[in-house]
Design a protein around this ligand. Sequence first.
Ligand SMILES: [Fe+2]
Ligand SMILES: [Fe+2]
Length: 146
Amino acid sequence: MLLDKDAMPLVAMDFMNATHYEDVMIINKLYDALEAYEKLQNEENAKSVSDNFTEWFEHTIGHFQAEEVMMREKNFPPYPMHKGEHDRALHEMDAVFRHWNKTRDAAALKEYLTRSLAPWLLHHIQTMDTVTASFFKTGMSPCSAH
Ligand SMILES: [Fe+2]
Ligand SMILES: [Fe+2]
């Protein structure tokens, strides 16, 4: 287990919290699969890492899109900033997955998940998602004083 699902920060919109919860469950499955592969580097364990990564990638596309659709619908002013962070994170996930598929470098994947992804996800939820969810709920822009 990499992330504690009960210790994740909550935002003001339930649909976002539900997606983040699913996200954490998939990331933990991927992390467990990676640890199994580290112990026994066979084909079956490598495939399990790849399958879980694919599931996580597809889930993340939906996760980000759902937030982006609502930001556009509600004319969220800092939309480009939030969308830019999503695009950067997806791009990085894609690069890491390509590297994994080419090399099956368990140490590199573990380094990314623990040192980059986990802190990024927590930070993203605590900052951009939190501000965005309160805007969805109250209609108040975080960028204006009124
Ligand atoms: Fe999110
Ligand atoms: Fe987000």
